[in-house]
Design a protein around this ligand. Structure first.
Ligand SMILES: Nc1ncnc2c1ncn2[C@@H]1O[C@H](COP(=O)(O)OP(=O)(O)O)[C@@H](O)[C@H]1O
Ligand SMILES: Nc1ncnc2c1ncn2[C@H]1C[C@H](O)[C@@H](COP(=O)(O)O)O1
Length: 223
């Protein structure tokens, strides 16, 4: 995406949130390019636990969460050292508030493991490496469109996972965003923007500017 003019603070941290397959990485790419910010992606290739996790949640949930936490920490540290002006693909808040909690609630993580995980998370977010995002872009859409995207992206481990897991995740996201208070939220619907369309990206940027200008505004939905 070509650079566009904007008035956002050049040291902003814009974090994208949303369920698997909704379009975070794609928008991270388009938006970081348009703003001239750096992208910080969530790496899937090379994750040593992900395939095993999808095969056996009970056996691998704790390992996978620890791995993601370590990766997020390294990413935050790098962003801190390089200076902000970042678009980040997924927030750490989703790891703990959605993924780990889902597996704990479903009996796939023991109390002991969940407590250890949470205390490490709490210690990390209190460190100077974890500034709160300036804004969280929450990407939403219909369940059917999201399932279609998971299918068309074609990661085998995800395609072979029953829809029940995706619908549990989907409904947890809807609940979670209603309670999220760490920073202002820009709420997008995948049927209402197109990453390849410069006018669509300009509209998103305008909304980000509105949120940054109006300190009392905590929520904006683009319809
Ligand atoms: N705006 C869009 N319009 C159409 N397809 C999209 C759009 N954004 C993402 N996709 C497609 O949906 C799939 C999932 O997108 P991705 O960005 O990888 O999602 P996430 O990072 O949230 O898991 C990919 O195949 C991608 O090409
Ligand atoms: N914290 C997490 N726990 C379990 N699984 C996770 C976590 N964070 C990401 N994932 C999985 C979900 C997807 O299969 C891949 C990548 O996520 P995506 O939303 O496609 O960027 O990792």
């Amino acid at each position: 995406m070509k650079r566009i003019q904007h008035n956002l603070n050049s040291q902003s941290l814009i974090t994208l949130a949303g369920t698997v397959g909704v379009g975070k990485s794609t928008l991270t790419n388009a938006l970081s390019g348009a703003l001239g910010f750096k992208p910080a992606f969530e790496k899937v290739d090379g994750n040593p636990y992900l395939e095993d996790y999808y095969d056996d949640f009970k056996k691998w949930s704790f390992h996978l969460q620890m791995y993601f936490l370590a990766e997020r920490f390294k990413q935050q540290k790098q962003m801190h050292e390089e200076g902000l002006g970042y678009v980040q693909d997924r927030s750490i808040y989703e790891d703990v508030g959605i993924f780990a909690k889902l597996q704990y609630d479903q009996g796939n993580m023991t109390n002991r493991d969940y407590d250890t995980y949470r205390s490490l998370f709490e210690a990390m977010v209190m460190s100077p490496y974890f500034p709160k995002p300036d804004v969280l872009i929450y990407i939403d859409g219909s369940f059917e469109s999201i399932i279609q995207r998971i299918q068309s992206r074609g990661r085998e481990m995800e395609i072979n996972t029953p829809d029940k897991f995706w619908s549990d995740l989907y409904f947890r996201y809807q609940e979670w965003i209603g309670t999220f208070q760490e920073c202002p939220i820009l709420h997008l619907d995948i049927d209402h923007y197109d990453c390849n369309d410069v006018d669509s990206i300009k509209e998103i940027v305008k909304s980000l500017e509105t949120l940054q200008r109006n300190k009392d505004l905590n929520y904006l939905k683009l319809t």
